[in-house]
Design a protein around this ligand. Structure first.
Ligand code: ZN
Length: 318
């Protein structure tokens, strides 16, 4: 018979840090059970168990540790699906399955030797922990909207289809081995945009926490990866390393529809071809190719002043 106090429930909660590593484990009553801290490559620095921690019960020690991955008790390695990570020495136990993609990095190196910034969810490629967190936020926002529309009276077939497509595209962006997608929230660009920089598909989002712009640019990023959208001229003085996305009405329509679904009519730009009465708001069906052509955007010019610009109006009709 266990001598555990009654109030220790069978439910445990993992509380993680910015990399997803378990730092605190508490029981159902919010009482601390275990505290773990790590050195940069995942070696455990502190592992403290609290007074009511019961050593006799197998499996009570936190199963998920560094970056939220399961610790294999027999080897002491961390299980990351494709490979085991030896956190005591800070490298992988075998070669990177995507070794030909990262020729300039040792195939045993963990996260490009930058374990404070990157995580490697399945042992294949390192990703920014910020990117993963923002990707999750976008995914949850789309799922929440989907649930809302499915429970709302009336037909929302087109909207539901658009949101389901968005989820599929986000899934692809997370799981593909062919591209690296990166959200840049520190961009100096005026307005959001998506480009290919140094082989990565970069979604620039100057307005930091904006989910609706994130979902808009994610739509373009996916289209770029599928070659539905094309890239044009060079950007700035990055030579041929950075290319600008060529605007396309169908691509913009899809992106603005998703922006509307996540951000609502308040997130949408004005269009000279959409007349709204005072107090009237635009709807999903107002996002037509004509609406896109008339969109008013602002661009900072050489004089430092923002000018109204109709960037989509000159797009070639196909
Ligand atoms: Zn766009």
């Amino acid at each position: 018979m266990s001598n555990r106090p009654e109030w220790v429930s069978e439910i445990y909660y993992y509380h993680s840090d910015h990399l997803g590593s378990t730092s605190w484990v508490t029981d159902g009553g919010g009482n601390p059970i275990e505290y773990i801290s790590y050195l940069p490559y995942g070696e455990e620095y502190q592992n403290e168990r609290f007074a009511h921690y019961d050593d006799n019960i197998y499996g009570k020690e936190a199963r998920y540790r560094f970056t939220g991955k399961e610790l294999d008790r027999e080897t002491g390695y961390t299980y990351n699906e494709q490979r085991y990570l030896c956190t005591d020495y800070g490298f992988w136990t075998r070669v990177d399955p995507l070794v030909d993609k990262y020729l300039n990095i040792s195939p045993y190196a963990y996260c490009n030797n930058n374990p404070l910034k990157y995580v490697d969810p399945d042992g294949r490629q390192y990703e920014s922990s910020d990117d993963l967190a923002f990707h999750d936020e976008l995914y949850s926002a789309v799922e929440a909207k989907l649930t809302e529309l499915e429970n709302k009276p009336g037909m929302h077939r087109k909207e539901i289809k658009s949101l389901n497509n968005a989820l599929n595209e986000l899934d692809y962006m997370k799981s593909t081995e062919d591209f690296i997608f990166h959200f840049d929230k520190t961009s100096q660009a005026y307005g959001a945009q998506t480009n290919i920089i140094d082989g990565k598909i970069v979604m620039e989002l100057p307005q930091e926490e904006s989910l609706c712009l994130g979902i808009h640019e994610a739509s373009h990023a996916y289209d770029l990866s599928q070659k539905i959208l094309e890239l044009g001229g060079d950007i700035g003085n990055n030579g041929d390393k950075a290319k600008r996305l060529i605007y396309n009405i169908v691509g913009e329509q899809k992106a603005y529809q998703r922006q509307f679904l996540i951000g609502g009519y308040n997130s949408m730009p004005k269009s000279k071809y959409l007349d709204l009465q005072p107090g009237e708001h635009m709807t999903y069906n107002d996002i037509t190719p004509l609406y896109i052509r008339g969109i008013e955007l602002y661009e900072k010019q050489d004089d430092g002043i923002c000018h109204k610009k109709y960037i989509y109006e000159s797009i070639e009709r196909k």
